[in-house]
Design a protein around this ligand. Sequence first.
Ligand code: SF4
Length: 243
Amino acid sequence: MSSGRLFRNQVVSNELQHKAILVHDHLCTEYGCPIPYFHNLDPLSELVSSLLSHRTKNRDSGKAYNQLRALFPTWEVVRDAPVEDVQQAIAPCTFPETKAPCLKQVLRLITEQRGELNLDFLADLSISEARKWLESLPGVGPKTSAAVLCFSQLRRRALPVDSHHHRVAIRLGLIPAKTAVGPAHALLEAQLPEAWNAQQIYDNHEVLMLHGQRCCYFAKPDCQRCAVLDLCPFGQNRLAESG
Ligand code: SF4
């Protein structure tokens, strides 16, 4: 048995995996899987997009990304541009004063390490090697490394966990209540069957995120019409307490 398989068996009970699959199936019925991919960017562009999206609404980070692309013809030009110009271009996202120097530093480091601004080589690495390489870059954690591999044209098998996904997973009891978003990535991904393909992993993220956006709200989740109420201890307790 490989060490990866052994670790997986140690941390994921059959019961938890069964529950994760039931949640996935119920929510896929609710939101309609397979979910179309929302991006078709090369991996470097996806990395830039992900870095801009940290703690920013999708609409605002999308605007910042589009402005950056419109004003700078290539990522090399962004790398070499004055930081003030980059900051101005990405002004619609949060913390442009921090993100602009970070972005330029990431582009410089990739150039130093790879000799060019291109991340297509990640397709030839194992998923764990690709994630490790990405997470060695400043500002890149498990969510961003998973987003680059999953959302980009690489279409690889990696599970991003955003704040909606994280909240829903805790309420459903898939992960302990105090689990932070970072460690939640490995725990939730380990619950998904090894045989699932990249589209199924992507669907799992998307349906849990959509559920957080459309039903399991941060304040006042709409438990009475929830498609996974029968699997959710938090929602069942909440409804029982409200009589
Ligand atoms: S039952 Fe309520 S708390 Fe549980 S997942 Fe559904 S909406 Fe969220």
